[in-house]
Design a protein around this ligand. Structure first.
Ligand SMILES: O=C(O)c1ccccc1NCC(=O)[C@H](O)[C@H](O)COP(=O)(O)O
Length: 210
């Protein structure tokens, strides 16, 4: 099995970003979704981006934000990837000259990953999350892992309710390219815990080696 990448999402301070990088995370997610408890301002996001060392990807997460706001964020913050969690069509996601990840709401019945791959031909990866359409992610809830996930031609990222104790089982079940966590490595809402991040990355990396 190849090394499984890790993304720590919902980072809200430069200190937590540095701790995520020190824990070995491959990517850090900055939430710009409205009404999220983890939402960062553009200024804060720029400070977080500046705090990260080279080769740790900076991912900005949006959920039906308007195009002007996304363009303003991109002008101010050096970002490697966008992540779209709402009902954004492919034409919208394609409009920012950045590679993007599309979140797939696995809380919906009858999700067919091949349909998503067809609808978003330029998505770099698909992030399978626990929410239903229109619901925010980052709730610490897993989707039903018994759902059949079809093979597609792009990487998949597993998210939703992961933590240091269950991430190995998620990797064994889905053989994903990467795993994504937010609530499961927090000490309080929006505050990441260094020990839990380290335990999460270690568990994912160990499992990926098996
Ligand atoms: O984290 C949020 O507040 C959020 C708000 C709106 C849309 C998406 C959001 N987070 C999405 C993520 O990428 C989370 O990392 C993912 O849903 C997993 O979260 P968790 O179950 O808490 O580990």
């Amino acid at each position: 099995m190849n090394r499984v990448r890790t993304k720590i999402c919902g980072v809200t301070s430069p200190a937590d970003a540095r701790a995520a990088a020190a824990a070995g995370a491959d990517a850090v997610g900055l939430v710009f979704a409205e009404r999220s408890t983890r939402r960062v301002t553009t200024e804060c996001a720029a400070e977080i981006a500046a705090a990260l060392p080279p080769f740790v990807s900076r991912v900005a997460l949006f959920m039906d934000n308007d195009a002007r706001e996304i363009a303003d964020v991109l002008d101010a913050v050096p970002l490697d990837f966008l992540q779209f969690h709402g009902a954004e069509p492919a034409s919208f996601c394609n409009g920012f000259d950045r590679p993007y990840i599309k979140a797939v709401p696995m809380g919906e019945p009858g999700v067919r990953l091949t349909d998503w791959a067809e609808r978003y031909p330029r998505a770099s990866a698909f992030l399978l999350d626990a929410n239903r359409v229109g619901e925010a992610g980052g709730q610490g809830q897993a989707f039903d892992w018994r759902i059949a996930v079809e093979a597609i031609d792009r990487p998949i990222v597993i998210a939703g309710g992961l933590d240091p104790d269950n991430v190995g089982a998620a990797i064994a079940r889905f053989s994903p390219y990467a795993v994504d966590v937010s609530s499961g490595v927090e000490s309080a809402p929006g505050r990441k815990c260094s020990e839990r991040m380290r335990a999460f990355v270690n568990a994912a990396t160990e499992m990926g080696k098996a």
